[in-house]
Design a binder for this molecule. Sequence first.
Ligand code: CMC
Length: 445
Amino acid sequence: MATQTTGASGTSEAGGQTGALPSAEFAYGDQRLALPVVRGAEDEVAVDIQKLRAATGVITLDPGYGNTGACRSAITFIDGEKGILRYRGYPIEELAEHSTFLEVAWLLVNGELPTRAELSTFSMEVTRHTMLHEDFRRFFDALPKDAHPMPVAAATVGALATFYQDPETSESLPKTIVRLLAKMPTIAACSFKHSIGQPFIYPRNDLDYCANFLHMMFATPCEEYEVDPVVSKALDLLLILHADHEQNCSTSTVRLVGSSQANLFAAISAGIGALWGPLHGGANQAVIEMLEHIDREEGSADKFITRAKDKNDTARLMGFGHRIYKNYDPRAAVLKRTCTQVINKLGTSSRLLEIAMRLEEIALSDEYFVSRKLYPNVDFYSGVIYKALGIPTNMFTVMFAMGRLPGWIAHFLEMRRDPDFRIGRPRQVYTGAKKRAYVGIDRRG
Ligand code: CMC
């Protein structure tokens, strides 16, 4: 079997950009099929195989979807080789420096940066929808106190669908989106308060998005919490850097669940579940646990690196490596700088940062990591910052979910509006038993 692009006449097709492209030719035995080639706005090229199975009976096999483009998308562009990440065309470094999380959320969901009036109305709407229905108290009461805040957050977001049952229409969706963005920090803070047995703290309308979240996390009925602007700004930056990352595991989950026309709450709840795993969003918690473990038990970063390279050892260098980035993750570069600034400003202990920097230094000059193009990813430094900001370790991945929410919403909307929209349904190569006759239980021994 072979697939090659030919110089012959081709179908020209691209998401907005065009230009005659050669078609690709699929060859298997004596079958030949010309396949259209699609070019994206940044010149990435894809062979469109939609007709392949109908025409030839052959499917493609791509475990982990490393070579499969599942959709056209105009939201986020990543060039993993060059370390580029842009939301709607804007470089992540510029957004990180000049923007706010709510501005970025608007950008992702609506496609353009908001005007001053749009941002002001949007911020006001988000501020006004932060409260959870009082009946959620009984919902939280039913969950074990030692539950991890991630499944609590996933369950609560799923349960929002039982409180807001309006059919999903183009009129109702904008309100659902505002509700989700507004209630997510409240849900996150309630998940935490529930886990430590403290009363929930109501949101405050006079605080901005991150300051209000910190207030709900750390105030108690007995004591107000004064929000440190350094902490609130660093948190806002972390949310911006996590806001979208194109077709990753959780975003693809959101798209797949939404493709069955399940509602937005159900799709986001599933996305939170997908994000929880240590190979995805859960890595930020795993990184800090690794750093603490090294500090406590390993004695040195060098010793742990040796373990991470050993295939017979389960240790991995958490926060290192990425399916897409084969150069530096641009988010990690921003976070490394921020990490030092935050720790200096807050005057907190830098022991974990020192270990992290030492690990990075060794790994970046080690043949094992260099040859596999393994570099720090966004989670390598985010955990150290969360820790310095006073966010409890089991909340790190919930913070990631708060940040990723606008990206998930943007992808859900884009999928629903896509003229090529179909329910997601991959195929498989069956490797099980061939047809065989049922054996009665008395004959099975
Ligand atoms: N430590 C040690 N070895 C590693 C690591 C690591 N962190 N990551 C990859 N490798 C090795 C892996 O063993 C394999 O070696 P070999 O070719 O000898 O078998 C090679 O590098 C390729 O790795 P892979 O697992 O095939 O790569 P992948 O693209 O399937 O996985 C990854 C990407 C992020 C899951 C993986 O690098 C990893 O497990 N990293 C640690 C977890 C982590 O930090 N995850 C957060 C990702 S960024 C946040 C997000 O977007 O969710």
